[in-house]
Design a protein around this ligand. Structure first.
Ligand SMILES: CC(=O)N[C@H]1[C@@H](OP(=O)(O)OP(=O)(O)OC[C@H]2O[C@@H](n3ccc(=O)[nH]c3=O)[C@H](O)[C@@H]2O)O[C@H](CO)[C@@H](O)[C@@H]1O
Ligand SMILES: C=C(OP(=O)(O)O)C(=O)O
Length: 428
């Protein structure tokens, strides 16, 4: 398994390109299943999760080709779901990536049947899919759990008013993709408002879907009988961008992020400004600088437009070396503090009490060997490693590779002393 070796203490200086958003690209790739015509996606990041999704789509019979656009960051992916041969998402692929559940809505809506392996629990929490199932059942699907698979059938889905018990991002995406081909009107109440939902809705609209209210908590969909092909550019990754901003806030220096979407990053930008990071934004760029230690900033994770749970670990790493004490509350996932014990190995002073973490900023961290436990936990260890004295070795970075494109190259470009040590053996 690959490891990252970081020698800390260098400020970050220079420019980097933000990649396309993983969490927008994944549903957009699955949306290609909704049409028999070809769909082209631009600005698709090169990530393990994208590779897994393409393998899954190919297994279903979708023709999927990716090519690097000349001079453009990100890749172009062409998808043709004209000849879907299988309606089953197998355990081997679903177990490595929960977002595989996003094929359920499109397969059921277009083909009247789908079998998707149950994703199971994962490091950051239980993450059940009961709301996806409840919503599809409300649209008339017969759903059962058989041999570890969700088996769903419906001759044609019927529009319905669905109010999910909590705000769920992939739940909203699955129901939205199911509703676009359903018979009649669907109203999604308590819908997620994340920018990635808006990106997906915009792609579906280009394919001929009739959707309004995306970006609010009430999405209205008027079903159509078929969708056509389209070309769509995936939005920039607000979590990757926020991770680089936390890195410069902790390590110091001055960076410019290109191909960013500051409009989708309000809560993160506000918190970093509160921490003392100087921030200037244009329509698609962010300049951020930091001299000296940041100030501690408390926060609660919330659904969009609140502070994203996917940024919690990275801002905690910044707080670990800040002046003062911060109180952090994780409200979305029940087990998203796995990075804390690893940050402690680097010298951080963090106490956990239930959903709350109290972080007493320390003046210095010291390099050590640590283990990545999930995607954003890995990113927080990278940030801490950039600040720590001496060498930090981060093991199990396959988690990082799920969601960050060429992270070590981008950090190297900014002057960090970081390198990948290739190891043998593939992760489970
Ligand atoms: C691929 C993708 O876009 N992943 C993101 C998505 O995950 P994901 O869509 O899986 O997260 P959800 O928004 O669904 O989860 C929110 C909360 O609702 C619970 N829940 C959800 C669905 C359900 O049927 N039942 C249920 O109880 C979850 O366990 C969690 O506690 O949103 C999360 C919250 O912003 C992000 O951290 C993930 O990066
Ligand atoms: C938790 C995340 O992703 P996923 O939902 O794919 O596990 C994430 O992107 O931080």
């Amino acid at each position: 398994m690959d490891k990252l070796q970081i020698t800390g203490g260098r400020p970050l200086r220079g420019e980097v390109e933000v990649s396309g958003a993983k969490n927008a690209a994944l549903p957009c790739l699955c949306a290609a299943l909704l049409s028999a015509d070809a769909v082209t996606l631009e600005n698709v990041p090169q990530l393990n999760d994208i590779g897994t999704t393409l393998r899954l789509l190919r297994q279903l019979g979708v023709k999927a080709e990716r090519s690097q656009a000349g001079g453009e960051p990100g890749a172009v992916v062409m998808l043709d779901a004209g000849k879907v041969e299988s309606l089953e998402a197998p355990y081997e692929l679903v177990k490595t990536m929960r977002a595989s559940i996003l094929v359920l809505g499109p397969l059921l809506a277009r083909f009247g049947e789908a079998r998707v392996s149950l994703p199971g629990g994962c490091a950051i929490g239980q993450r059940p899919i009961d709301q996806h199932i409840k919503g599809l059942a409300a649209m008339g699907a017969e759903i059962s759990i058989e041999h570890g698979f969700v088996v769903a059938r419906a001759k044609r889905l019927k529009g319905a008013t669905i109010r999910t018990d909590m705000v769920t991002v992939t739940g909203t995406e699955n129901l939205l993709m199911a509703a676009v081909l359903a018979d009649g009107l669907t109203v999604l109440e308590n819908a997620a408002r994340e920018p990635e939902i808006v990106d997906l809705a915009e792609m579906l609209i280009k394919m001929g879907a009739r959707i309004s209210g995306h970006g609010t908590d009430r999405i209205v969909v008027e079903g159509v009988s078929r969708l056509h092909g389209a070309t769509h550019r995936v939005m920039p990754d607000r979590i990757e961008a926020g991770t680089f901003l936390c890195a410069v806030g902790a390590a110091g220096g001055e960076i410019v992020l290109r191909n960013a979407d500051p409009a989708s990053m309000g809560a993160t930008l506000d918190k970093l400004a509160e921490a003392g990071v100087s921030i200037e934004c244009g329509p698609d760029w962010i300049q951020a600088g930091m001299a000296g230690r940041p100030r501690a900033v408390g926060f609660r994770t919330l659904e969009y437009p609140g502070f994203a749970t996917d940024m919690q670990a990275q801002l905690m790493a910044l707080n670990a070396i800040a002046e003062g004490t911060s109180v952090i509350t994780e409200t979305i996932f029940e087990n998203r503090y796995m990075h804390v014990q690893e940050l402690r190995r680097l010298g951080a002073d963090i106490e956990i009490d239930g959903h709350t973490a109290v972080v007493k900023g320390v003046a210095r961290l010291s390099g050590a060997t640590v283990m990545a436990t999930d995607l954003r936990a890995s990113a927080s260890l990278v940030i801490a490693g950039l600040v720590a004295d001496g060498q930090t070795l981060i093991d199990r970075i396959y988690h990082l590779d799920r969601g960050y494109e060429r992270m070590e190259h981008k950090l190297m470009q900014l002057g960090a002393d970081i390198r990948r040590l290739s190891g043998k053996g593939s992760p489970e």
